[in-house]
Design a protein around this ligand. Structure first.
Ligand code: DGL
Length: 249
């Protein structure tokens, strides 16, 4: 049985956890929400990297065989440092799914919703560089989205007003594909799809991250599929938001 460590700035990474547990239902999970420091979006990369190291130490102390950065912002800020500083530990990271969006768009315009930290990250910028000769890539920070999810406001007038303010600029520029580049945003997917309308495809990379987690565990020689499911939810701040989102799953 594998121990799968997952972390995010808050509850958003549970959108990744729910995909991983579909493909690895008989493992032991430790989920860490760094909600004492949430949101990460505008924080310095060096600060996020420090947090990621402390959380990695914690997850390793819990026996983690793999660590999933269920956070685009932390991946952008810290995964290279983590791989350098923990050479024996397998890490799985994530970044906005520009490739499938670029390959699937019909209007030739894709919209990326993510945090400021993710949009500045060198990995994202180089991926964008690979596709921007062929498609137009429009970006917007999902302003206030993380706060909505942490408060458990996933639909209704307040959620719609907040989502509309960041999504409409992308739709006005003719984006027919919206990439969810932050793991909190899939919890607002219903509201995003309602505002975007039928002709717009919304892409969440979490299923691909789940497949990558399986692959990384296989490569590290870890047996999976034989154990009993368990999960431990941990947080650096109040557990309220985490428990609320977990209850939804
Ligand atoms: N859920 C995170 C991400 O994927 C971080 C959001 C935040 O804390 O700003 O980027």
């Amino acid at each position: 049985m594998a121990v799968i460590g997952i972390f995010d700035s808050g509850s958003g990474g549970l959108s990744v956890y729910r995909e991983i547990v579909k493909v690895l239902p008989r493992e032991s999970y430790v989920y860490f929400a760094d909600n004492a420091f949430c949101p990460y979006g505008e924080k310095l990369a060096s600060f996020i990297s420090e947090r990621a190291h402390a959380i990695t130490d914690f997850l390793l102390s819990k026996g983690a065989d793999v660590i999933v950065l269920a956070c685009n912002t932390a991946t952008a800020a810290a995964i290279a440092d983590l791989r350098r500083d923990y050479p024996g530990v397998p890490f799985v990271g994530m970044e906005p799914a520009v490739k499938p969006a670029a390959l699937g768009t019909r209007s030739g315009v894709i919209g990326v919703l993510a945090t400021a930290g993710t949009l500045k990250g060198s990995k994202y910028l180089s991926t964008r560089g690979l596709y921007e000769d062929n498609v137009k890539i429009e970006e917007h920070v999902g302003e206030g989205f993380v706060e909505l999810v942490e408060k458990g406001i996933l639909e209704g007038p307040e959620a719609e007003k907040t989502v509309r303010a960041s999504l409409e600029p992308l739709l006005r520029r003719n984006a027919d594909t919206i990439v969810l580049g932050c793991t909190h945003y899939p919890f607002l997917r219903g509201t995003i799809e309602k505002i975007a309308g039928d002709g717009v495809r919304v892409i969440d990379p979490a299923p691909a991250v789940a497949r990558q987690t399986v692959k990384v565990l296989q490569e590290s020689g870890k047996q999976t599929g034989q154990g009993v499911f368990s999960i431990e939810l941990c947080s650096s701040g109040s557990p309220e938001s985490l428990n609320r989102i977990f209850a939804l799953l």
